[in-house]
Design a protein around this ligand. Sequence first.
Ligand SMILES: [Zn+2]
Length: 57
Amino acid sequence: MNCPCCGAPTRVTNTQQHGVAVERLRRCPACDHTFRTYEQLDTRPVRPRKPAPKKAA
Ligand SMILES: [Zn+2]
């Protein structure tokens, strides 16, 4: 994840689990901006990208 202030790559400084969600504290080494990101479980069904190949009989 890149810094929302300057666009530089950031580092994760702390990670906390909240049930199915994950909270990450990130810091930008370039401008010292600190922010949080949240990662959540998406329970929507995932469609396969390609249909299964049909076998010619
Ligand atoms: Zn930055």
